[in-house]
Design a binder for this molecule. Structure first.
Ligand code: CUA
Length: 331
């Protein structure tokens, strides 16, 4: 019986490993739904890494399992193994291959970073959109907090240095919607400088160029929407930026991705991606609510949650929104 030559088996195995890896790279189902223009860029890079990782896993684990079986100790054989000192060509080979892979992935990721606007946070934003601050502040519990510490001009007026700005394609355009995002222990506050709306949830229109200016009031938080494949640290005194286009209507989680204190795990809210018509309705309804009569100072006997909590638990009182969410206070 003729022996089948080794290069033949190597070729067959190589093809099999390649096909399996390519399939796994496209069908791993590890990522949530893509809801932004930026998401496919990130996922393509992830899929390439998944393909390479699968191939390496099969080759390395395959070699180990093959060797375990093929070179196992025969019964009664107590001799030592071969004293192998090293193999320079082999070592050069297995150093060069990962080096090429790592440099290639590095270059690819820089291209993705650039396409997502990673090199241009704050590069082309005007201050024109920020002058229309409505006189009335918020209607919800956060009003006292906002009065305490947040100052649009000194913080959000700064040029963003961190985050993802406009992609090269839209760099000369103004964003369609700008939202000032503040992270605090333990809530996210979203404010719309054009209309004066304040909300605990982020509302944006689908298919529009959205700019988030992200800042923290106390400690470092991280604004993360997995479905958008976007994450940006919220830093006290240093505004960051995320600029993106949502491509899919729906409700997605906003997660704090930086350990920021005892209720970090509960520092979550939602982003609601509306159709342009629904978004216009939402803006109109919120602006209509914000009539001056509803924002007059409350009499002292009708203390807010924050004021009540300030008496009994000063630390918790800093974030009535989150306290309401975590159910520490009964309404
Ligand atoms: Cu905020 Cu973790």
């Amino acid at each position: 019986m003729k022996q089948i030559p080794a290069p033949f088996w190597t070729l067959i195995l190589g093809i099999a490993v390649t096909l399996i890896s390519l399939w796994v790279g496209q069908n791993h189902n590890l990522l949530p739904v893509q809801a932004s223009e930026q998401a496919p860029l990130v996922d393509d890079l992830f899929n390439v890494m998944m393909t390479i990782g699968t191939a390496l896993f099969i080759v390395v684990q395959g070699a180990i399992v093959y060797s375990l079986i093929r070179f196992r100790q025969p019964k009664g054989d107590d001799t030592d193994g071969l004293p192998i000192e090293g193999n320079l060509p082999l070592e050069a080979f297995w150093t060069a291959i990962p080096a090429v892979i790592v440099v290639g992935l590095g270059l690819y990721s820089v291209v993705v970073f650039q396409e997502m606007g990673g090199f241009s946070p704050g590069g082309h934003h005007g201050h024109g959109a920020m002058v229309a601050m409505a006189p009335q502040e918020s209607l919800i519990d956060v009003a006292p907090l906002l009065a305490q510490g947040l100052d649009d001009d000194t913080v959000f007026g700064k040029t963003q240095v961190y985050g993802f700005g406009a992609s090269p394609l839209v760099q000369m355009n103004q964003p369609d919607v700008t939202v000032n995002v503040t992270g605090m222990q333990f809530a996210w506050i979203f404010r719309y400088p054009d209309t004066g709306i304040t909300d605990g949830e982020l509302h944006i229109p689908v298919g529009k160029d959205v700019q988030l200016k992200i800042e923290a009031q106390d400690v470092i938080h991280s604004f993360w929407v997995p479905q958008f494949r976007l994450k940006q640290d919220a830093l006290p005194g240093e505004p960051g930026e995320l600029r993106f286009v949502a491509t899919r209507e729906g409700t997605y989680p906003v997660v704090c991705a930086e350990l920021c204190g005892s209720y970090h795990g509960a520092m979550r809210t939602q982003v609601i991606v509306h159709s342009p018509e629904d978004y216009a309705d939402w803006v109109a309804s919120r602006v209509a609510e914000a009539t001056p009569t509803t924002t007059v100072a409350q009499p002292i006997e009708k203390a807010t949650d924050a004021e009540y909590l300030a008496e009994i638990a000063p630390d918790l009182a800093r974030s009535p929104v989150q306290i309401a969410q975590t159910g520490l206070v009964n309404h």
